[in-house]
Design a protein around this ligand. Sequence first.
Ligand SMILES: Nc1ncnc2c1ncn2[C@@H]1O[C@H](COP(=O)(O)OP(=O)(O)OP(=O)(O)O)[C@@H](O)[C@H]1O
Ligand SMILES: [Mg+2]
Length: 744
Amino acid sequence: MNDPGNPDTPNEETPEDAQDLDKPIELIHKSVLPYHPRVGDVLDLNVDLSVGVVLGRSDSFHRKYGSVGLGMIGGVAETSDDVLTSLMGMPVNLDLMSPHVMLVAGKRGSGKSYTLGIIAEELALAMERREIEVAAVLVDTVDVFRQMVDPNDDQSDLLKKWSYEARGFPVNVYIPRRTYVGLPDEVKKKARLFPLSIGPKELTVSDWGYVLEKGGTLSTAMENLISETLDSVRKGYSIDSGERISLKRDFSIKDMIQCIDTSPSIEELYKPSTRTAMIQRLKRADRMGVFHPGGTSAQDLAIAGQITVIDVAPLGSDAEAVLAILTNMLCRQVLTYRMAWTDEGTSAREELPPTWLIIDEAHTLVPRAGPTPAKDAIIGYAKLGRRFGCSLVLCTQQPSAVSDEAISQADLIISHSLSHDNDIRALQQRAPAVLPDQFRDKVFISSLPRGAAIVFDQTTENKRGFIMQVRPRLSQHGGTDRLSGLFEAVKLLIPDDIEEVEIIDIPEEADEAEDTVVDEPVVEDEMEGEPELEETSEDLPEVPRPPLKLSKDDWQVLDGWMRDYVQELFEEEKQEFSITDEPAPRSEEPVEEPSLTEVEIVPVLDPKINASEVLVKQFGPVSKELLSKATTRKILYSKASHRYLFTSENDYRETISVDRQGTDPIVVINWVADSINSGGLDLDQLIHEDGFTFVCFRSEGIRVVFSIGTSGILVSAPVVVVGVDRRLVAAVADRIRNALHNPD
Ligand SMILES: Nc1ncnc2c1ncn2[C@@H]1O[C@H](COP(=O)(O)OP(=O)(O)OP(=O)(O)O)[C@@H](O)[C@H]1O
Ligand SMILES: [Mg+2]
């Protein structure tokens, strides 16, 4: 771990040791960042010289954790007129330790999904380094993340330029159960495939609407029928022979069809045409091969230390509805279990780790207009997830088409190229940082090349968006491998004749249409010929579970539907729960604490500097430019010197670089201090922090700070002049420059 409290150790250290300390990081070379526009507005980001730009973390948080729990996602790709403040080439690191809501936006082919892959890779790497322990679930409708198991050999040249090597990651890939069953065992093993299913009991009446009817709306009669069917299957019902079909906590679509076929009360209430139409639709849903008792649960998907990809691409046009239902279940279950705990040591919260839910093509699941089975749950997750340690990454080509309630929660936005005015406007409105005028220009934003993006971070100090080039992927992106072909082949193996059966629309009050429909030869043999799926619809013996607790605070922030869901879930699981006054144990979430770095402020009475009291910061072997930049940044960003220098929003600043080669640092300190004195300023105080000393001077309306760093024979002692009156700042800076050039 990088400890910012330790000064750099000089070069006699072994190279390995030296690497661990806060040696300034090497910049990414311009040749690797071919697109790097010049941006006029000054860029102040949170920078740690040993790692680069830090996103999503406050300064104090970063001081506590250093380089731990950061993921390198790209490099700053913009230049500035001011070499001193330019961050061009700085690696960009994303905080993976605390929960975030992120939006990744961009038009078709701009590199969004690729960027999601980068986030997943960095989560996996940080987990390999044992810096974090989370679950990451990537939901994928278009088959782009499954190949994370393979190395990115296609871009090996690009990776080499970035000094990376291609590699795969052991992600678990859940594919629809039907596709899974049809694949050879060695393929399943090699591609780390698992069967994905949803227990029909998880679906509400309105969820069934989405599955059974394109567009999601069932006729009233059909809706009543599905509701009654679910009720009967859950509670049990008697058939004509007097036999009682007992209740099923877990049931299959076949159980539902059997109920519609045999329940006298359903027969009495619903026309044969309605029942037939419903059975047809249920059979079609069954053929998707994902609705199955004992469905995949959130606990299967969200596993600590594991990246899980849910790949529903093989479902084709049904992928969206299935994914929405699954995401709904996942969001609610993760939130609920993360919220609850028990006294018995087996914490409900431990059943589900802090989870990163990463959703590609989010506009289909959380659209601005209209409902989907997942919309409320995703919005709830966006609003509450962070409270329970959970993160959300939404990706979309149309930010304007995503629910504002979800986007407004974003603390980080990565926007690739956008071309529609609506989308640019949506970004502008929702960006958690300032969008410089230059970036607002439609031509600018629509011509960002692939992989380049504007990044906005709520925690950065001056809150301006900046241009980043996303790093190349280590693992393969996109699903154009042999397996995609196999998925198709498996689809063909399964008799799909149900598609050819006309699904009959039932007019609400259709009277005599029944006869024609009843004769349709649709229901008998369709289920034959499909792979035998083992049934697991028997209820498992119940294991008593310890009572759960939910804190009153947490309970109060839940929306009504979420409270109902929690109640229902625990009733179904036969698990008692209570709302208590006790605070929820949240120990695993990193809590922000004040800086650990010792800051010592020493007022100075003697106007003449005692150079021996000034610490000279030792850097490793770096270039003159980087040494100067590093020292300047330290003056600008260290909390204590920042506080000393900047007292209002309207402060102007000038920076004077002072670089010497082979001069004794003591000589440089005296020379710079004397020059500042002759500029009309008095020595005020010394601030010792982090191996640096910030030497502070002041006069009416002006503050000046310098500090000194060295790297072998190179010495740098930049001077920063700050004040509200721009002309005064410029005049004082000029006087100091003159004095520096003409020492007496
Ligand atoms: N940062 C990058 N570095 C190198 N290549 C990239 C980068 N980003 C994207 N690409 C290339 O661009 C292609 C398209 O990227 P991606 O699939 O992420 O686009 P998308 O924005 O998700 O598009 P769609 O809207 O169609 O889903 C990728 O297959 C990859 O080859
Ligand atoms: Mg994509």
